[in-house]
Design a protein around this ligand. Structure first.
Ligand SMILES: [Mg+2]
Length: 258
């Protein structure tokens, strides 16, 4: 075990006590990706998942007979190369649920509504170094983690884009990011949908998230008799708080070794 700062050891001891009640036979585990399993990075394209954590997530899935899922704001197709296809992934905050997007008649309409905005906002981010435009197909996100002084400008641009898209769209604020996505499913809906599947049914959900878009998922876990676990500095309503992804990864490694 690599040495860790003393505070991390303290957090892990407390966490181990709290997690002592988690039962791999009776709980189901739901993880956000960015800021929860992986550290936040300036450019979302640079995100990495540690090999040890990937291995432990697969082990957790095996130990729970498949009661592990990822619920992310990204496309499923972005996470699959990092994690493989054993653990199910709901993308785009639940809009991109395994098995049903291909049949969604509104998908092409939503994708075409976003295209003109991608062109406009590309010009904006090119004029503002450190800002990034993420094309999510049926949505988009403006990032300014590497240019914090551009937050107001980017938020305003996102608000204008939202006005163009109309009432069937919403803006999802986050950490140095503003995202435009269709009104409809959220991460809480995705959690409930997973819980209806055979691998999850009858278990109690435990949800891990770090940002505002995780709130519906954290609430859904509590509403289903489970636990909400928040990571990072945001004061999200939760049953337990962890400093960040490295603590979660360390806990998981210890829990699986027990
Ligand atoms: Mg996150």
């Amino acid at each position: 075990m690599p040495s860790r700062p003393e505070w991390t050891e303290r957090v892990l001891k407390d966490t181990a006590l709290q997690f002592g009640s988690l039962d791999l036979d009776r709980h189901a585990f739901f993880f956000d990706f960015d800021g929860t399993l992986a550290e936040l990075v300036d450019d979302p394209a640079d995100v990495r998942l540690a090999d040890e954590l990937r291995r432990d997530l697969l082990a957790l899935s095996a130990r729970t007979n498949g009661a592990v899922a990822i619920i992310t704001g990204r496309h499923r197709a972005e996470i699959t190369p990092l994690l493989g296809d054993i653990i199910p992934i709901a993308g785009l905050h639940g809009t991109d649920f395994p098995g049903d997007v291909a049949n969604d008649p509104g998908l092409a309409e939503r994708v075409s509504a976003v295209r003109p905005l991608i062109e406009q906002l590309t010009t904006l981010v090119e004029a503002n170094p450190g800002t990034i435009l993420e094309d999510k197909g049926q949505g988009l996100a403006l990032h300014w983690r590497a240019a914090p002084d551009k937050g107001e400008l980017m938020t305003h641009a996102a608000e204008q884009a939202l006005a163009t898209l109309g009432p069937r769209w919403r803006m999802q604020p986050g950490k140095c990011v503003a995202e435009l996505r269709p009104v409809g499913d959220d991460k809480g809906v995705a959690l409930h949908r997973f819980m209806a599947l055979p691998a999850f049914a009858g278990r109690r959900p435990v949800a891990f998230g770090d940002d505002l878009n995780d709130l519906p998922m954290l609430q859904a876990a509590r509403d289903s008799g489970g636990l909400a676990i928040a990571l990072g500095e945001r004061n999200l309503p939760a049953d337990l708080r962890l400093p960040g992804p490295s603590t979660l990864a360390a806990w998981l490694a210890e829990r699986l070794a027990a």
